[in-house]
Design a protein around this ligand. Structure first.
Ligand code: IMP
Length: 436
């Protein structure tokens, strides 16, 4: 009989910020895991990314998609922070607030924004669209939410921050940045964009956002830690989309790995506690870029169909493939992962055989490492077969109830990554989860 291999102990978080982030190319199901964990925390804080993210939560049968607002918002007792590492588009942000208003959720005292958050201007979105269009077949497949251009202005020291909107010279600074963008846009082919209309919506959205609290989030969070409050840092996208370690240039523009918590919230490395890495039981990717275990056959189509693999932000179909242990070992290492939440294992229920890529053949040589540039080497996965369990996992609430073959697969992943799997998600609903 196969039993669940229990590695290690449960987390403690004295004086520590725990982290939850994606270990693949995003869309690992982080929203649901944050929602599951949030009840053990006082504060949930987003540390990077922006409205390119789409965190899906299903609560009492209703689906909610959050883009910028932290996933702790649905629990009344939790404070939610948007950290300085995040970029916000006021228009999208207010649309999210509208959704919360419609369901009567009171967030006013629980949603706090760092005044160092950078703003996505309408012209950032124009630039995103124009630059992507100009790349032709080399396009990154950006969500076109203005992420790249706004982070470029941040690092280029041109950006506008949330705290700036309260300053007397804000409008003048906005105009000057807009002018720069319009000059830059002259270099690109024309794109369809009603700037006047978007600007009007943008300024109206800022007036709504002004009613929320802007804080020095780094002081706030460190003070809360000293008071013994429990903080969960919520990542967006996935580690393979990290600007430094992802499949560059097919990445997003922020540090999506644990290190991003330090500069995205103002938390010192010594305060990083548990790192909960979220990984799907298979792999998906949306947008362009290398994906060694991608499937182009019926198995991939089946994963997409059963797993409803369409982007939560853009609705684009996600590319699907087998789990990639080379890739997961890499991101487990980069993040210092201490526990794993394995999601969507139920999507594999009907598969007679499951595969995992344990090594790569890089230019014909066996390797267990990520090559420098997946785009420039010939990379072929070397697969290991696992028997499928051909059984529904619905209503299973403990690892004891899992079929042997599912446990074998789970234990294999633990052994490969040398990290315990502490949560196994068996369906989209809040209650479809096994806490191991
Ligand atoms: P950008 O961050 O919108 O510029 O997109 C850059 C790349 O990251 C594209 O391939 C996007 O599809 C991908 N990406 C951005 N955000 C997400 C996400 O939240 N989930 C999955 N992929 C994402």
């Amino acid at each position: 009989m196969i039993t669940f291999a229990f590695l290690g102990t449960k987390p403690t978080n004295n004086d520590m910020v725990d982290v939850i982030l994606g270990l693949q190319w995003g869309d690992e199901g982080k929203g649901k895991i944050v929602d599951t964990l949030a009840k053990d925390y006082d504060i949930v804080a987003r540390f990077q990314g922006g409205p390119n993210a789409g965190h899906t939560l299903v609560i009492e049968g209703t689906k909610y998609v959050l883009h910028t607002i932290p996933s702790g918002i649905f629990r009344q007792e939790i404070i939610n922070i948007v950290g300085n590492g995040v970029v916000i588009d006021p228009i999208v942000f207010v649309e999210e607030l509208d959704k919360l208003d419609r369901i009567g959720l009171d967030y006013h005292s629980r949603l706090l924004l760092s005044n160092k958050v950078h703003l996505i201007l309408p012209t950032h979105r124009m630039l995103d669209a124009a630059k992507e269009a100009a790349k032709g077949s080399e396009k990154i497949g950006s969500t076109l939410r203005g992420i790249g251009p706004s982070y470029m202005d941040k690092t280029g020291r041109n950006g506008l921050r949330l705290g700036d909107i309260l300053q007397a010279n804000f409008e003048q600074r906005y105009k000057s940045l807009k002018r720069k963008h319009l000059d830059l846009l002259e270099l690109y082919p024309q794109i369809q964009f009603d700037l006047a209309d978007e600007e009007q919506k943008w300024f109206a959205a800022l007036e709504r956002i002004k009613k929320l609290s802007f804080i020095d989030a780094e002081y706030f969070l460190n003070a809360q830690l000293r008071k013994g409050k429990r903080i969960l840092a919520e990542g967006a996208q996935g580690s393979m989309l990290d600007i430094d370690f992802g499949t560059y240039p097919y990445v997003t523009s922020s540090n999506t790995i644990t290190a991003g918590v330090c500069n995205g919230l103002g938390i010192a490395p010594k305060h990083i506690g548990e790192v909960i890495g979220v990984a799907k039981a298979y792999t998906t990717r949306v947008g362009s870029g290398p994906f060694p275990t991608e499937l182009f056959d019926e198995a991939g189509a089946e994963m997409a169909r059963v797993g409803h693999e369409f982007g939560a932000t853009t609705g684009r179909p996600r590319r699907c493939g087998w789990i990639d242990m080379v890739q997961l070992r890499y991101t487990t290492m980069l993040n210092g992962v201490t526990q794993i939440a394995l999601t969507k294992i139920d999507v594999l229920n009907g598969f007679g055989q499951i595969k995992s890529s344990e090594h790569y053949l890089v230019n014909g040589q066996l390797s267990d490492q990520m090559p420098y540039d997946l785009c420039q080497y010939e990379v072929a996965p070397k697969y290991l077969d696992h028997p499928g369990w051909n059984q529904s996992l619905e209503k299973i609430t403990s690892t004891d109830g899992l079929p042997d073959k599912a446990l074998q697969y789970i234990n294999y992943i633990q052994e490969q990554l040398q990290v315990r799997i502490s949560m196994i998600s068996t369906g989209p609903a809040r209650e479809s989860i096994i806490i191991a």
